[in-house]
Design a protein. Sequence first.
Length: 749
Amino acid sequence: MLTRIARFITRSPRAVLAAALVIAVLCGVFGATAPAHLKSGGFTSNEAESARVAELIADNFAGAAPNFVLLVGSDAGADDPATKAAGIELADALKNRGDVQGVQSYWTTPQPLANALRSTDGKSALVVAYIDGDETQVQKTASELEGQFAGVSNDGITVRQGGIAAIYHDVTEQTTRDLTLAEGVAVPLSMIVLVLVFGSLVAAALPLTIGVFAILATLALLRLCTLFTDVSIYALNMTTAMGLALAIDSSLFIVSRFREELARGLDPAAATIRSVQTAGRTVLFSALTVALSLAVLSVFDLYFLKSFAYAGVAVVAAAAAASILVLPAALALLGHRVNSLDLRAPLRRLFRRDAPAPGPHAPEDSGWYRLAGVVMRHAAPVAIVIIALLLALGAPFLSVQFGYPDDRVLPETASSRQVGDAMRTQFPQADPVASTTIVLDGYRGDTAALGGYAAELSKVEGVPAVLSAAGVYVTGARVAPAPPGMSNDTGTYLSVATKLDPFSPAGDRQLNAIRAIPAPGEALFGGAAAANADSLQALAARLPLAAALIALTTFIVLFLFTGSVVLPIKALVLNTLSLAAAFGAMVWVFQEGHLSGLLGFTAVGYLVPTMPILMFCLAFGLSMDYEVFLLSRVREEWLATHDNTRAVAVGLARTGRIFTAAAVLMAIVLGALVTAKVSFMQLLGLGLTLTVLADATIIRGLLAPALMRLLGPLNWWAPAPLARLHAKIGLTEGEEDAAARPLETAGRA
């Protein structure tokens, strides 16, 4: 298949490039509107009990669980006439909107409930409301309200907006700004590294061009997905980062092989065909492993993770297609001009250094070959030390805690973050984000039973008050009459305030204590703590299936690639070790907060649960990317010599510089996400960067050669039935030629 593709491309390279240009333009036009159709939620399942409670509250109780907050403050105090007039005006303006309901304020709510809406220092007070609509509509409304209300008046009255609606809006806005900055950092740095790797400005420009094509194609595919399902705004970050990184990775491998074949004396057409047969096959298998790893995210019932499955598969397919179809056409046209504009020549003249001798160079002359020799001579100690080091680095992950993201993922300069901080410190009884909502759907019982239930709930540790249709209860005693609208023909609800962080382990224990109290009817639990628990439960339920699918698909693909059952198992073990170390580092950095000052995030004592899962699938696929790169050349040498030790050394010599350069480039692209101001995107960027760098150096450069030396010829073993199956399937594009021809010498990348 690859041979036929390569021959077609070399016969009609201009037609292929013209078609690619048309496709890129069309994808750019269609995909340009993708960001406007993406959403910023998706952290909880629509089937969760907490989601059902949110729906019942919105439909039946006039927005009794507010998702929008206005914090009105003044040095003169919340009771100052000017502050009061401003607060009442804000409440009236919200009531006049058709998409806002359930408006309450400190100045219009009767006592003693109004006291809960005033800060403990008396300088600020709240206006709370519920914005109708899905996450996209809620964000749009929050944006409109920010422009209308937020700011500082002439009287020194400040108005800041918060709540879930404002948090979604601020996160979306911040993510868009972060993406622009990350691209601005990654692209020029990548170009500099590519020039250093290739020397030639022409060769360096090719991977970036393919990366741009992959990004445009993926944006169009994402826009197509939004026509049928919800897609998360955060998938955009991966679209650009992964599109650029994977395209550079694949292009680097193919361009390097093309230049190597030219150095061996092949003409441009033959070099193109040979590059597609060998490096193209590697890119195809590599793309398949990465795509399958990311596709596993679709098993989770959260559209946040599903979106990364859509975006991941799309970007991998686009990058692989561009590398195998578009790039060879450019190489066939360029021919030897791929080495044009060599920037190393003037630098050598400047520093009065001689140019290296032209022509191919033996792999034995490579530093990677010598490194492989040293490692394999001390294979056992090297393997033991590195495995022990990786396990030690991964030890902090044993104490990992998980929790739902809130406003603290944003920087302290964000309005919704400032409101959230104020709610946690100044409004211990009124935080609409923290409260637990209990719905007794269809409840027709008496008030006494409901009051008894509310009284018992108010005795739970960390619960300052419980609001119910039977009254307001504090530590078992009724202290105020029932707030209006808490009961109707559809049932009743209770609001359980909390002094605890609802997303923390303490908040989860409190939720369990609340659930343990017998209710007078069928109770459904919603609110922050319940949404957090439902999210963790949904993820945990699908996690074993996801892990099994990744392991199984990776094993199958690597078996088809190598014909061995030992090498896939080795790859799975190595990936697990490198990921364990990365996860340990993420706990140390983001959960325990050791680098919070440097990176500018707030450590809350737990990790967003979706991030390790996303990082696992992404890093697993990327790690397999380098494994496939290395094994492709090791296997090629093994087929030619059947000398395992030499095959490993030559394979590392021929690919070490390439996958190390690819890792540096990918680290630049992914590491640019560390500049993000949304903390869980920082976690993803830093975690993937560390994993990629460690995998390309410690794992592939040291541990993999050591283990392959210890295993010896066993590396290539497979049971006879599987060996016959592999031979019958015939996924050995170009290997017969590799086995038949004499040992080659490798050209410089």
